[in-house]
Design a protein around this ligand. Sequence first.
Ligand code: BGN
Length: 287
Amino acid sequence: FDHHVIQEEDLIPSLVALPDEGQVQSKCPLNLEHLAHPGFKSFPVEQGGGWNPPDCIPRFHSVLVIPYRDRPENLQQFLAFMHPFLQRQNLSYDIFVIEQAPGMAFNRAKLFNIGFREALKATSEAYCFIFHDVDLLPMDRRNIYACTRQPRHMTSHLDKFRYNLPYPQLFGGGIAILKDQFQAVNGFSNRFFGWGGEDDDLSQNRVLASGYQICRFPSDINRYQMLSHRPAPRMADNYRKFKAAGGSDHDGMILSRDGLSDLMYTVLARTREELYTKILVDLSTSM
Ligand code: BGN
């Protein structure tokens, strides 16, 4: 992993920008001084949670996809924090919260796949996806929420793990990946109900196996605070199930090619909330 790490001076050039359409209006500034500007004030967002810089051409557009169930305080905190954070970076962005209706174990990965599909239906300009948990807040303004040329693991240094990376292949929490790359790996597997494993499957069995590399920004930039919440019940813990079946740590556990290609779900509601677009989904349809 180490030699794929991007140096700080390469931070902004390493990002994949929107195509330059030769506009006369000037491109939005994005540099380290701009990010540190103390006088920044946030802007109101459009109903549905989208935003565009009002007086310059954005260099980047990002779609944030947040899988969700049953954590209203975290969602509130996340949105209150993230809108000003993203605006300061002069990104154009959309926020989709994909809520799983009650009845089955949480399926984080499948909710990401659904967010991908639904965002592409809603916004033609989506080319960069940020798949992100609702309980993680970036602590460094240089942590630009746009895509790099290679898929990026964003949330590597959490306060919960005392800012240490628990294992080098970790790909959980929040990632940035280009639309074409996510499509090429067939998205996440839809088969991970319950806690854990879906991120390891994405990195090992899909992203790396397809010949992509995984990058990270320098570790001080990737610091995150984890919001507190009642721990989810760990009964349906995939790691325990996997160990019980004789597997060893972090091996490729389920080699399946399922994903975007056989994604099935039912949308129960689409609502443009004040700070985000909510898509409530039922996952009981098979896969
Ligand atoms: C790992 C989990 C990841 C999780 C990290 C960090 C599994 C493997 C199941 C076979 N992997 O142990 O999903 O992101 O911990 O918490 O559970």
